[in-house]
Design a protein around this ligand. Structure first.
Ligand code: E4P
Length: 217
């Protein structure tokens, strides 16, 4: 499973990328606004910090404008993936991006039928929003299972990118459901390393090791 960071914090992206565990990055207009920075500059810096795909979202709502914006974003770096909302106009644009060889991430997916349409227009990634569905009273993980089944039934190669991840449990469940990737906020990414029994066990091992008076080096 590929692990992406859902962030526009370039320093934090660089820090976590140094672990070798970051396969890509996703951004959205809210994260760009939170950064307080120029979008094209932030995307360029992120694309230098990670080798993998970096999703940059269009702001237009009409397909021709989406295409103009997406082509500009795709020109920032070879690893830019153009993120497009799952609307009728967005899918028209996605179809054209696919024809032009521009990678796409179709975002704001909340139903399996939407995901079917995205695959039919050749989206590179589909982003089902797990946390926001949970917030809405549904079980977001059901959607990952449904999309996995549909894509496998018909051999679609659109990758399922589990988004709106809120916890390590979401990451585990998305992996078990067969998501190809998960995009994870930095604080959740950091918590993936941790377990209280790991910390407790290591503390005991280090105390016992100190008692031996030995040194490996
Ligand atoms: C990523 O592509 C999405 O924009 C992001 O995961 C949304 O997360 P949120 O629901 O926590 O804003």
């Amino acid at each position: 499973m590929q692990l992406f960071l859902d962030s526009t914090d370039v320093a934090q992206i660089r820090d976590l990328a140094a672990t070798g565990l970051v396969d890509g990055v996703t951004t959205n207009p809210s994260l760009i606004a939170k950064s307080g920075r120029n979008m094209l500059e932030v995307i360029a810096e992120i694309c230098e910090a990670v080798e993998g795909p970096v999703s940059a979202e269009v702001a237009a709502t009409e397909s021709q404008q989406m295409l103009a914006e997406g082509r500009k974003l795709a020109g920032v770096a070879p690893n830019v993936v153009v993120k497009v909302p799952l609307t009728r106009e967005g899918l028209v644009a996605t179809r054209q991006f696919t024809a032009e060889g521009i990678q796409t991430n179709v975002t704001l997916c909340f139903s399996a039928s939407q995901a079917l349409l995205a695959a039919k227009v050749g989206a590179t990634y589909i982003s089902p929003f797990i946390g926001r569905l949970d917030d809405h009273g549904a079980d977001g993980m059901d959607l990952i299972h449904e999309i996995r089944a549909i894509y496998d039934n018909y051999g679609f190669d659109t990758e399922i990118l589990a988004a709106s991840i809120r916890s390590p449990t979401h990451v585990r469940d998305a992996a078990m459901a067969g998501a190809d990737c998960a995009t994870i906020p930095p604080e959740v990414f950091l918590s993936l390393f941790k377990h209280p029994l790991t910390e407790k066990g290591l503390d005991q091992f280090l105390k016992d090791w100190a008692k031996t008076g030995q040194s490996i080096l």
